[in-house]
Design a protein around this ligand. Sequence first.
Ligand SMILES: Cc1ncc(COP(=O)(O)O)c(C=O)c1O
Length: 396
Amino acid sequence: MPKSTHHELHLAKRMSRLGTETAFEVLNKARALERKGKEIIHLEIGEPDFETPGNVVEAGIDALRKGWTHYGPSAGLPELRQAIADDVSRSRGVKVSAEEVAVVPGGKPIIFFALLALADVGDDIIYPNPGFPIYESMIHYTGAKAVPIRLREERDFGFDVDELASLITDRTRLIILNSPHNPTGGVLSQQDIHDIARAIGDRDIMLLSDEIYSRLIFEGEHYSILAAPGFQERTILLDGFSKTYAMTGWRLGYGVMRKDLAAHVTRLMTNSNSCTASFTQLAGIAALRGDQSSVDRMRAEFQRRRDAFVAGLNRIVGFSCRLPKGAFYVFPNIKKTGWQSKKLADALLTEAGVACLSGASFGDFGEGYLRFSVANSLENLNKALERIEQWTKGNL
Ligand SMILES: Cc1ncc(COP(=O)(O)O)c(C=O)c1O
């Protein structure tokens, strides 16, 4: 093959350790098939199919018109940091001040910055597996050791706290929790949080609690380790606007953490993004302080779709699916199909026109499962069920 470039690219070694998020790759593949004329039902990407609420859009436009188009403070606008502190204090039942809030462009940078700030070569970081792929990718990138804790279907995709206790060593620097959970929809109960807190005890271990789906819970309430006695100073809470207010493209998220760590995360912001877009932040204030009925409507719609889609999957031979308690994903067990999850996801995309993700793309313990996002209309979800069923009839 002719060389397309004149000079070799000498990548830094650390780049070989950086992973990716398969959802974006599958989306690209699906789009390429669409360009060739194939019709695809998109159940691969994790973003609400709703519009950003009107009052939030108006606040963003108003901010642009009023000239909020310049740099702002790296830690975020004081008014938004205060609005977030008030919101988190109320929702998590703890006292949070604006200085403990770092505003960043989306939820992801908090994962990136927390790991850059805390993880060293030789540290152990415990993380859920299956889990959001960026955790494992970023742990590897820092050179720390990725220590998976297995989520178990028979526990509704919770983990065994004794197993967590057995993984904790003197090298454990950070434990990542994610509730409601991507990709399984699992939710940590109050008892789970209590047991996890007891297993960690008074050790000098930080927690990264990814609660980006905290407002998308269908049964019960949301509980955060942030509120466990003695844990506020050891917890970095990650939350944001992408999922709750259908604002994925606005890029707005935040971390809540002890003030000294917030100052270091702010330094990472100064070194990378300078600041989060100013008009986006004003839209964020409107989202938090305004009418919340759009969140309730979206949650109710996700619940309706979840119920229909899970019931439909359970009627398909080879599939069995638990009812997820939160987020907007379903994670059926496909072991009885006899297919490897990546192969099955590929076949469903290319042959049945249904884009979904293999469980294995969320880590080794995700093998044997698929992830479908229900962020699509009920009509399309039903069409996807029909296509999958037809496909299984012809291929299993
Ligand atoms: C568990 C989890 N954490 C964080 C994020 C990142 O969200 P954002 O788009 O706000 O960066 C996602 C997005 O899919 C997610 O699923």
